[in-house]
Structures are given as structure tokens and as C-alpha cells.
Design a protein around this ligand. Sequence first.
Ligand code: PRX
Length: 649
Amino acid sequence: MTPENSKGHYPPSDDYRKRAFVKSVKDYDTLYNGSLKDPVAYWAKEAEQIDWFSKDWEETFTWNKEENRFTWFKGGKLNVSYNCLDRHVNNGLKNTAAMIFQGENDSDAKVYTYGELLYEVERFANVLKSKGVKKGDRVAVYLPMIPELPITLLACARIGAVHSVVFAGFSSEAVYNRVSDCTPKVLVTSDGSYRAGKKIDMKGKVNEILERDTSVEHVIVVRRTGADVVMEENRDTWWHDDVTKVPLRCEPEVMDAEDPLFLLYTSGTTGKPKGLVHTCGGYITGAYSSYKYVFNYVPGDVYWCTADVGWITGHTYILYGPLAFGATTLLFEGVPNYPENDRFWQVAEKWKVDIFYTAPTAIRMIRKTGDEWIKKHDLSSIKMLASVGEPIDPDVWKWYHGTIGGGRCPIADTWWQTETGSILISPMTGAFDLKPGSAMKPLPGVEAAVYKEDRTRCATGESGNLYIERPFPSLARTVWNDHAKYVETYWTLFPGHYLTGDGAKVDADGDFWLLGRVDDVISVAGHRIGAAEIEAALIAHPAVAEAAVVPIPDEIKGEAIYTFVTLKDGFEESDDLKKQLVNQVRNIVGPIATPKTIQIADGLPKTRSGKIMRRILRKIAGGSKHEELGDTTTLVDPGVIDLLIKGRI
Ligand code: PRX
């Protein structure tokens, strides 16, 4: 047991410390301070742990501050799929489990050894080649959490194609936007998916998208649910047919460290999602290095990250980080509460999971359903826990520690983003006395700092904007097709410092506390959704004149979506209209963006320049009284406030 100490902190047990890469605060300090004395040399040393075809990079790091372009290890040659597969097969892990697939149905499970996963990846890489996919081409991936998803990504990495995964929970319009932006030649999808016992259509949605003008020439379809689907001749083929027609071996393409590995779209403050570009060398170095320090993986462990591969967490910590490290990673198709509320624990007990990584929203949901579901299972195999996606409340942290971790497992609260590619702030769990609710310290090689609006450093305990000093290897290089957007979003407010968009403060011990987004990005169940994307969906409805979307606190999801809508003349408020608006958002953005509340309003609070004051709407939605709204004198029509408060739902 590792009970709380007199300061309310949680020291690691001696047993756990034995597993850890960094076993004391002193060791962390030496490592960390050393890394910041010469970050470039530090990262070059971390990159040594990756297998390179050639390490002859011209310069480890270059940075053109004017153009906000930087490179890491440029001129170095490698292949990411080689690092995730071949090198382990060559090093005696051929028969070691690389990936355990656990389907939603318990009897539907399969263990892929490193040797077998390589075989599948090589075959599918040849399928992609047979469709004309070449180095640098994009491949769109719209697949549920089935083995073909990681196989597709690794196959792309093998031939140098750039994958762009669209989360399977997104609806047609969101898929269309992402596909039309990155112009893929091939799209990989499935007939459908399973979710909580239901069959969900996927191929139908793809067909709908491809009725519009896109660059997609070929669609490869995995048979998952066996649903009847319409296949278009000369465009659509079945995965299981294609793989029988190609050679079994596929040499890995020699890639430059700075060649793109993948794109991943994330929501920002505008309606258009940004395709962040991650590179081969820097990304895999960051994924490998952070995986090593954060999770303290010991050979033989089973590591389980419950995220979806459709998000960055799944990319880096289901797939690339653990596989580059030679770990056994569990891929789970299901949800926490189906067929019953103990599904996670049944899976953890079945596979004797050692390391468990999930999101606060899942922990809150599980806590709510009652401890008896957990007590039914032997979770003694679990040795460490981790959390990602939003701040974890100290109360929820303690429950996670006590009930899931049996009081013996440390928790790594990991802070990072789609843009950063890998974890940047997280405690060294073998060294630190953990503070519930704090992500604690930056990883080696990462310098984080909190600044005020005027760009002066915040004092201890003072809240401000979180920045990362200098580019680090796994940071996204640009936004696909829109470098100006990249510069404006991340490098303009304080040139030379990467703006995270998060609020934070640092306590007297130098530990970081994350305070959530400071922009118009809403975090629903840990998923980033741009307010503007939802507003655009609402405005597309014929009845809607204007829409403003703000977050409100939600007990389970962290934040929920509250929308204010004004109607065009000739339309009236009704339950039916509200239902239509909810469906409009579900259909265009996806069910994850389902608004919790629609308030039809007569007007919205605006500044003289016409900007909607979301700051005020946030407070109104959250239940504030008029006098708690702060300065409203800059509004064109202050009278609108009382009407909005009166109409609050
Ligand atoms: O606000 C922060 C929050 O999630 C945002 C990044 O979201 P996304 O790019 O979708 O990636 C999620 C998984 C890495 C951040 O800007 N966030 C992520 N982890 C934490 C967090 N907030 C507080 N604590 C965390 N551990």
C-alpha cells in the first residue's frame, strides 16, 4: 500500500520503484536539469534508441524563427513500421505478443505476435501499393477499433504513405471535410462497427461522402459486421480479397526524419479543423521516449490504453509508443458499460493487465455506477494507472487510486495534445510523491512555463497561459495546406514560444496544475470540439440566424455543450425544432457533439464590432446572475442579458 503521507501526497511503494526508469527525485533532477542545459544533445541521445538506416543528419535541430519552421534529425533515414515491428522480430520478440485484440464480444479476441503483425502489415502495405499508393500520398482511414486499423497505419508507415485517421464516431460531413482537405487516393473503411451491442453503419456513410467530388480513387472495405453494403465497381474492394492477391514481403521505404508520418485533424477556434502534420523521426523519438519514462513498462507486462486510435492518444499510446518500445498493447473494441458496468474490469482481469491508461470521463462514469462492479474482479495484476484528456479532480484521483489501484498503484496524470504528439508533463511515478490533481513536472527535454497576457512570467500560484519553450521533436511541424494558420495559432501571441491554449499554474514545488482551455474549444468527455464547428452546423439549418456555443460543467463528461440560437423571421420555437437542431449537429459533426441544451434566444450579446461575447454566455449558461457577469457596458444592446437569463434552461 502507498498511503497518503502527512502532506496529502502519495509516495511510490518500494515494489513499484523497482520497475521505474527514474527511481528518485534526485535522479529526475539530474536527468531533467542535464536535458535543459543542452536539449538538442539530450534529444539526439534519445533518438539513438530508435533504429536508423542512417544517422547522418546534417544538424540535429534547425529553427527558422521568422517562418516558424523547424527540423529535427533532418537527413537521418528511418522507417517507423520497421521500428515498431522488424527490429523486435530481429531481436527475438517474433513470438511475443505485440497486440491483443479484445472485441466487444468477449469470445472475439486474438493475440498478434510481433511476427504475425509484421506479416499482416507487409501484406496490406502491398495492397496499398497495388492501388497505386506511393510515398507521400495520403490514405484516409475511417475504421472502428479492430486490428485492421493499426495494421493500416503501420502499412502506410511502411510504404511512406501519410495516414489520416478520421474517428469512427464522426458523421459524414466531418469525414467529408477532413477527406477533402487532405486529398487521399485511398480510403480504408469497414462495412460497419459494433457499439454497445448495436451494429453501426460505416460504408453507407462513406458512399454518401463519395457521391460528392473527392480525390478518392479506391475504397478498401473490411468485413466486420457482415451488414449488406453497396460496393461500387472499379472503386470498392474487400480487404479479405485484396490481401490474397499480393506478395507477402514488403521492404520498408527509407524515409527522411522530416518526411510526414501522419496527419491528424483537431478542432480549433475556427469552424475548419486543422490537419496537424507529424513527422517520422521526431514523432517516433518523442513517442518512444515518453512511453519509456511515463509507463515504466517491464517485459511481459500487458499495457492497456482505452482511448480510440481515431484520436492522438490512440495513435501514440496504443500504437506507436508501445510498439516502438516492444511492449504488448491491448486494443479494445468495446465500451466500459456494455454488456454490463464491469466490462473494463472483466477485460483487465482476463488479460491480467499491468498498466492501465484511461480518461477522467471514463473514471467518473465508472465511479458513478458503484464500487461493487469493480469488487467483483481481481485487479491485483495492475501496477500503475494513468489518466489523460482533461484535468483529473483530486477526489476522482483518490477514488481511482483507492478503488481501481487498490491503494498500491501510482497514477500518472499525463498532459499533452494532438499538436505535441507525445506526453510533455507527467510525474515520474517511481520518483515523486504524487499530488492528486497535478500533472506535476515536465518530462526531460521539455521546458514548460506559464506566462501572463503581458508575456511576463507568472509568479508561484498565479494562473496564466501555458507555453512550451522551443520546439521539441514530436511537435507538429505545420497545419496541412495552411502554414499561416499554424503560425497564427501557436506562434504569434508570443513568438518563439509554443502556445498550448491551456491555462495552468505552478505551485511552490514547481509542480504544474492544468486549468483547462482558455479558448473556444470545448472538451466533451475529453474530446476536443471547436465551438465554431458546432455553430457552423447549427447555422446550416434553414431556421437558424445565429448560434453561439459554450461549455457548461458536466458531472460525467467534464463539459457539456450549451447552445444559444436565434431564429430567422418566420420560424418559431418548438420542441420539434429543437430536436431537429440537435440532430443537425449529430449528423454534421457527430454524436460526440450532441448539444445538451438548446436555448432559443431573441438576441445574443455582441460587442460594437459584432463579436459575440462568449465569456458572458458561458456565465449565463452556467447559472450566473446579472451582477456576476462582469463588465457588460461594451455590449451594443445590454438589454439582451436579462432576456437570456430569463430564458435559461
Ligand atoms: O486542454 C488540454 C486537455 O486536452 C487538450 C488536448 O486535447 P487533444 O488534442 O484532443 O488531446 C487529448 C489527448 C492528449 C489539452 O489542450 N488535456 C489533455 N490532457 C490533460 C488535459 N488537461 C488537463 N490535464 C491533462 N492531463
